[in-house]
Structures are given as C-alpha cells and as structure tokens.
Design a protein around this ligand. Structure first.
Ligand SMILES: [Zn+2]
Length: 240
C-alpha cells in the first residue's frame, strides 16, 4: 500500500519535472513558439545575412560599433532596451540616421516569463512608444530578453503587431580572442542567417576587433549584409 503511494508520488514528480524541463526548453526555442510569428533565419539561396546587436544603447557600445559599420558600409539591426534608451537620449536616433534598423528588446530586460499580461503589454508598449518617438515609423521586430518567452509574452508581442526575431548563429560567449570570436560566426553563417552579438557590455572589447574580421570574412564569402526587415522581405518564406 505504502509502496504504491510512494511510486505514484515518484511518477507524479517525474511528470512535473519533465513538464518543467519541456517548458524550459520551449521558452528558449530559437525557431518555434506557441503563438505569433517567429523567425530564426530565412529560407533563401541568396547569400544574405543579417547582423543583429542586442541591448543598450549605451555610449561606449554605440561609439565602438557605429564607426566600424559605417567604414564598411554595413547596415545592421539593433534590438534596444527602453530603459537604456531613456537614460541615453539621442543614441537611438543616431543609429537610425546612420541607416540601421531598430527593434524592440523590452523595456526593463527582465526575464519575461510567468508574469501578469499587463506586464508583457507594458514591456512591449513602452519601448514601442520610445522607438516611435525616436523616429521609427512602425516598429515590428521584437527580440525577447534572454531569448525567453512563453504564451503570455508571445501573445502581447503578436497583439502589438510585432514578430519575434531570434537567431541561428550566435557569438561564442566569453571568448576574448577576436579571430576565434569571428571564426565561430563565419563558420556558422549560411544563406538567410540571423547573427546575434552583444557589443554593448561584456563582449565590447572583443567585438571591437572581431567585427571588421566578421564583415570582411562575410564579404570574401560573397555575402551581403542586410537588415532583418530586408532579409525577411527578400528571402522568400521566413518561417522555419
Ligand atoms: Zn538582451
């Protein structure tokens, strides 16, 4: 009798654990989500690639990355945090005026899981308003903080007219050697790829030296760097 009860409790715990693990995996899935549009890359034969930069804006990151992109005539997509935009007025507009695309990366950059619906709406809406105030006519690209989302955030993103943009190539976290950092990205890129980098905080130093290697390496391989919207528009079917 007692053995059976214990077995049932054991099975129950296993089911709970499996469920929690499943939700954890689902919340970070690059190419799938429960509702709304998500893109981790674009299906195309054309050698197009989108470079995307997350977080900030903060002055040292922007001062580092904009001149490199400008020197190579490269356009990129920046996913910005509303709070940082407010603390650093004018930076987003500079990026926009330099021809780059700006996306929404939430307002506080908190992990947006298991919260009230109003929290999701506020996180998306406040940064949406800031992007519009900086001159983005109709922002439609959202990247979840830490890449994490479940039903609630995805619903709010969809309701606000946004699509979720993830990635299929990402930097080697913690790398300090520019050649190594660049090669991991260059080896991962294929036609239609979306590349994730973090130039504002931890990887700023390595990116300052690796970004020229990445841009030149992609050009040598015949790639054209475009914004995420251009990639989505030019690459045919976008869902994968
Ligand atoms: Zn982020």
């Amino acid at each position: 009798m007692r053995g059976r009860l214990l077995r049932r409790i054991g099975i129950g715990l296993l089911v709970l654990l499996a469920g929690a693990y499943g939700l954890h995996r689902l919340s970070g899935a690059e190419c799938f989500q429960l509702v709304g549009e998500v893109h981790c890359r674009v299906d195309t034969d054309q050698k197009l690639v989108a470079l995307t930069f997350d977080d900030g804006p903060i002055p040292p990151g922007v001062e580092m990355v904009l001149p490199i992109l400008d020197a190579h005539g490269t356009k990129a997509t920046f996913f910005l945090v509303g709070e940082a935009m407010q603390r650093n007025p004018g930076l987003a507009r500079r990026m926009l005026e330099a021809g780059h695309e700006l996306g929404n990366h939430s307002y506080t950059h908190k992990r947006l899981l298991l919260r009230m619906p109003s929290t999701y709406e506020q996180e998306v809406g406040a940064t949406d308003a800031l992007l519009r105030a900086e001159g983005v006519e109709s922002p439609t690209l959202f990247r979840p903080p830490f890449g994490k989302r479940l039903l609630g955030l995805s619903l709010a993103v969809d309701n606000a007219g946004y699509r979720t943009i993830m990635w299929d190539v990402e930097e080697g976290v913690g790398l300090t050697d520019p050649r190594e950092y660049a090669d991991i990205i260059l080896d991962g890129v294929q036609p239609g790829s979306i590349v994730l980098m973090h130039p504002m905080f931890g990887h700023r130093e390595v990116i300052s030296k690796a970004l020229p290697l990445i841009i030149e390496g992609l050009e040598e391989r015949g790639y054209t760097m475009v914004t995420v919207s251009e990639l989505l528009a030019g690459g045919g079917v976008g869902d994968e």
